[in-house]
Design a protein around this ligand. Sequence first.
Ligand SMILES: *Cc1c(COP(=O)(O)O)cnc(C)c1O
Length: 330
Amino acid sequence: MATYLQDAMNEGILSQNHRSMPFMEMLKECILVFKQKQKIPNNYEVYFTSSATECWEIVNQSLVKNHSHHVFNGAFGEKWFEYASRLGKTTSSSKFDFQETFEGNISSSADVWCFTQNETSNATQINNSFFGKLNTEALIALDVTSSLGGIELDWKSGDIWLASVQKCLGLPAGMGIIICSPKAIKRAEEIGDYNHYNCLLFIRDNFKKYQTHYTPNILGIYLLMRVMQQVPDIQTINSLLKERAKDFYEFISQETNLDLLIKNEEVRSQTVIAIKGTVDEILVLKQKAKENNIILGNGYGAWKDTTFRIANFPAIEDWEFDKLKTLLSQ
Ligand SMILES: *Cc1c(COP(=O)(O)O)cnc(C)c1O
């Protein structure tokens, strides 16, 4: 990453105007290589925004006709629902237990169904197979903020995919990504929303020319391009991370006194692992980690003092996991 930053300085891309040829060529290459490595279908479109949170709002403004239905088991999904509820269109929700596999029938007449595919707050995920079975006229919107770049997603089973770059993609914070199927684009055209600076169609009109409607995060786009050029394709990353998650889950259950927050193996996230202990155990571990320059993610909300979270993201190296294991088995 340090080399890429230095290159960005040396190449002068950072001082380019965002309507200049060099910028446009970079944006084009970035989207191309991102789609290639993530195996995103050709007819899906990729746009950059400021954050995943902004994408939640874009979905509501530009893709929901009347009503969005939100299915969630944790804090990020709930927050999406709450934001959407304040924006004026009808919302409804199904909340499910985070230890359970979601199998509920959705009988909602909503025109967009929203899911948090990987719920970062409690380290659970909904599997591809679930989305593949949904049969509806509604658009399927998925928050993949903490899984995009780390797991193989079944793009065809969703219409709107949103994320930001600082989690699983391992980049500096400050950029969001929204990926749309042809069905989603068609919907945006039917709705024809041009009332906000960040309307999907307005973004799209600019991206068609490899431009952006406001000065974008040029460094973010450059770094994403460089990282995507260098990483293996998503199938390879997916297998490596799957193996490492499995190994780490086994290690926690078999070789430590700690517990896994998520008991149901089927719903355990591949990219975020939540580990549970007593308040004292967690306190001691966090102190030890700090002394060893390891950053443990805090537990979320009510689990703040009794859990911590480990990111199984591609940018994290195996030796870092080994170091963590040594620490946890002491
Ligand atoms: C972090 C996170 C977000 C918010 O991302 P921002 O880039 O801060 O807007 C949304 N959804 C999930 C699942 C997240 O993990």
